[in-house]
Design a binder for this molecule. Structure first.
Ligand SMILES: N[C@@H](CCC(=O)N[C@@H](CS)C(=O)NCC(=O)O)C(=O)O
Length: 252
């Protein structure tokens, strides 16, 4: 088997997606932490976006494409259904996760609903990044404010419908999530977890695992919490790229 290496900051929700694909598929891989201050570790890719996945001597980016690539190369424990309609449905739900659900969390880092919680959450993220690639103390302290101004985060947030308040957006996303779950037990009414579940799980569960406070967390909905527990049972206890020592709990 060609060696697999995942390059990212440990806190990127897009990299956490890929981490969950790899873990679900029981594929051995190395994780190389990228320092967000200089991105030297991915200089070979001549760009700065993570995650980057290297398999053998070929690298690619974009979490969703990486899931498709992994399934092509390693068809065991598939994350995409074979049947065309089901496959398209799963990929469409994953698209919604990448373009709506994940950016709504970034919006929470830009529009602070509760200042103290936002600062505390930012420091927790900084300490997880610092654990992987040491950051100067000053940078760790200003991290929540740097996130608020980070160009790639603001670019992503500006693509959302900002006429809708963040609170209303969270209520809508919770409802849309349950629509995607439909009859369950997994997203798109699938009987086993797919790429869509593995994409949504880390962004939804990592706030709980890392002890971050959110005003209206999607996971507060009982049906979504029950879904998260089902997905968790198919993954290692710690399915994140952040070590156990940085987590407050591994229970949902
Ligand atoms: N569509 C990409 C989005 C990845 C992304 O936005 N990554 C962020 C970190 S969470 C990043 O690397 N931003 C810095 C940059 O784009 O230079 C994916 O699904 O992988």
């Amino acid at each position: 088997m060609k060696p697999i290496t995942l390059y990212s900051y440990p806190t990127s929700p897009y990299a956490q997606k890929v981490g969950c694909y790899l873990k679900y598929k029981h594929l051995d891989y190395s994780f190389v932490a990228v320092n967000p201050l200089h991105n030297k570790e991915i200089a070979f890719s001549q760009q700065t976006q993570v995650p980057v996945l290297m398999i053998g001597d070929e690298w690619r980016k974009n979490s969703s494409d990486l899931g498709v690539w992994l399934d092509e190369l390693h068809p065991d424990r598939p994350i995409l259904p074979v049947q065309q309609n089901a496959r398209e449905k799963v990929l469409a739900i994953d698209g919604w996760i990448s373009s709506s659900l994940i950016p709504s969390y970034f919006r929470g880092g830009v529009e602070w609903e509760n200042t103290w919680n936002a600062i505390r959450n930012g420091w927790k993220l900084a300490s997880a990044v610092n654990h992987a690639t040491p950051l100067p103390f000053f940078i760790r302290m200003i991290w929540p404010f740097a996130v608020k101004r980070a160009p790639f985060i603001n670019r992503m947030v500006s693509q959302l419908d900002l006429t809708e308040s963040l609170a209303d957006m969270n209520v809508r996303l919770q409802k849309e999530f349950k629509d995607h779950l439909a009859e369950g037990p997994f997203l798109g009414s699938q009987s086993l977890p797919t790429l869509a579940d593995l994409s949504a799980f880390p962004i939804i569960a990592s706030s709980t695992f890392m002890g971050m406070k959110r005003e209206q967390a999607v996971i507060n909905d009982p049906a979504i919490r029950a879904w998260a527990k089902r997905v968790h049972s198919h993954l290692p206890k710690n399915p994140l790229l952040v070590p156990d020592s940085m987590l407050e709990t591994l229970e949902l």
